[in-house]
Design a protein around this ligand. Sequence first.
Ligand code: HXC
Length: 257
Amino acid sequence: MTETLRVDRDPAGYALVTLDRPKALNALNLQTLNEVVTAFAELDADPSVSVIVITGSEKAFAAGADIKEMKDITFSEAYASDWFAGWDAVKRVRKPIIAAVSGFALGGGCELAMMCDILLASDTAKFGQPEIKLGVLPGMGGSQRLTRAVGKAKAMDMCLTGRTIDAEEAERAGLVSRIIPADELLDETKKIATEVAGMSTPATMMVKESINRSFETSLSEGILFERRVFHATFATHDQSEGMAAFAEKRKPNFTDS
Ligand code: HXC
């Protein structure tokens, strides 16, 4: 039973995780952290789920880590508990995760969105790393993932001034892949999730693994990794099905989980 989020599985093969702490604009406290990573791990292991979607409310995807919860912790407590290291579990999820962001995605909220694989923004979305205004800095990967996503110039600007950027600027900078009108965000996201869930699940997982590998390795090692994984797809039923369907001019029916 979760208290800070809802999990809904759809027969189309995706699951929708909705952050639900409206009074705190979905601020990410430790309970939310535990509930998100537990839900993600369960969905990752569930053969009926091929894609995970995470979203918030129209006003806020998440307004950051819960400032009220962390404001009085000491250095010793933060260090000994490795405060927020639990979020590292998100990067162990092997199935694609889509973040559908409307409203505020600030601090940890922006960082959670950046942990995901497809980042969709409504036209009301606002992204920022305002931690500097609290006398701290991003602590859930923001200085690293934002820099990789938008480059040093904009990452420095955002992290040093704490300014937020709107959806247009986020798309221009390469932080998000699409902007969708706010009242269509959920429906469009579900369509995209259904589309990806209809692909070969092992192939989508391999795409995720291969693209993420590009952040961790050299170009030639990454290309070699991609080629070996490409070769491995020839061991799947879905590769035979996908190529046969093309030759027979019909839609493929991917069944590998
Ligand atoms: C706790 C939060 C919160 C947060 C909002 N709330 N953000 N509570 N942690 N991050 C609460 C408010 O206290 C308030 O509760 C309620 O949500 C509504 O917020 P308002 O401020 O009244 O709404 P609004 O005027 O619309 O302003 C929205 C906002 C503002 C611009 C998003 O709330 C804001 O600046 N929030 C903080 C954003 C931020 O600094 N995020 C980074 C956090 S640090 P009450 O009960 O008072 O009405 C971080 C570090 C990550 O993420 C890494 C750590 C290791």
